[in-house]
Write a protein that binds this ligand. Structure first.
Ligand code: MD3
Ligand code: FE
Length: 232
């Protein structure tokens, strides 16, 4: 699913693949339309199971504006669990093999490194849904115990994604527009970089893939480094 196979060739303003920082690669239009539609349908299914998606509560009591459903391991600010401890305690949904295969393809393509792709075995997905004024403040993803990259797939309404460095929450940073079908792979020295989504960019053309008007979905695939029975 390289962009040259798909819809990126039709864009009037080309958005080339770009290395934003060491280990951070943006591949616009990586997912073709059938793949985007399939992922949106899958995300709807996941959000319908059991207690469904939820806006997580932060330790200080504030609730996130983004709605999340998890696969493989359930993320609660700031830990992972096999059960939905902040909902009804039911088991987290399984992480499907086909999604791991997409993650491996993504790493291989972004890094142009088939061996890195073959060695990538994600076991967690966070599926985030943004609507209206939903945003994600600057944060680090530090709950994973493995150093492997994070794979991000964007669907629906575009957004501004902001990435800083591992040391500085307040910048300097890069702002990158993420559009439907874009792939972002985060590894190397920026795996622990501060990042966030300051705003959606509604009103742009969005392909007909099943997202609601103004809605953005983001899937992040991760390697938890966790094992039942504790870290190893
Ligand atoms: C950089 N999601 O779920 S994806 C998150 O678009 C999250 O919904 C954003 O940040 C979103 O935690 C950004 C890109 C991303 C994901 C994980 C990272 C960037 C990252 C981990 C480390 C550094
Ligand atoms: Fe994050």
């Amino acid at each position: 699913m390289r962009p040259e196979d798909g819809d990126a060739a039709l864009e009037l303003i080309p958005r080339p693949r770009r290395t934003i920082a060491p280990g951070v690669v943006h591949v616009p239009g990586w997912l073709n339309l059938p793949a985007q539609r399939m992922l949106v349908a899958a995300a709807r299914d996941w959000a319908r199971q059991g207690p469904g998606a939820r806006r997580a509560t932060l330790p200080g009591g504030a609730r996130m504006s983004v709605e999340t459903v998890c696969l493989g391991w359930h993320w609660i600010p700031y830990r992972y669990s096999r059960t939905r401890d902040d909902q009804d305690g039911s088991p987290v949904q399984p992480f499907p093999d086909w999604l791991a295969a997409i993650g491996a393809d993504a790493v291989a393509d972004a890094y142009d490194d088939p061996a890195a792709g073959a060695a990538y075995h994600p076991d967690v997905a966070l599926v985030n849904s943004y609507r209206g004024d939903a945003r994600l403040g600057m944060h680090q993803d530090r709950e994973e115990l493995a150093p492997d990259p994070v794979v991000s797939l964007s669907l629906g309404t575009a957004c501004v994604f902001r990435i800083g460095s591992p040391q500085h929450r307040r910048g300097p940073w890069h702002d990158v527009e993420l559009c439907s079908g874009d792939l972002l792979v985060f590894g190397g020295e920026h795996r622990l970089a501060y990042h966030g989504v300051p705003k959606l960019l509604p009103g742009r053309d969005v392909p007909p893939i099943g997202t609601e008007s103004g809605e953005r979905l983001n899937l992040t695939l991760r390697v938890s480094g966790l094992h039942d029975g504790g870290p190893r």
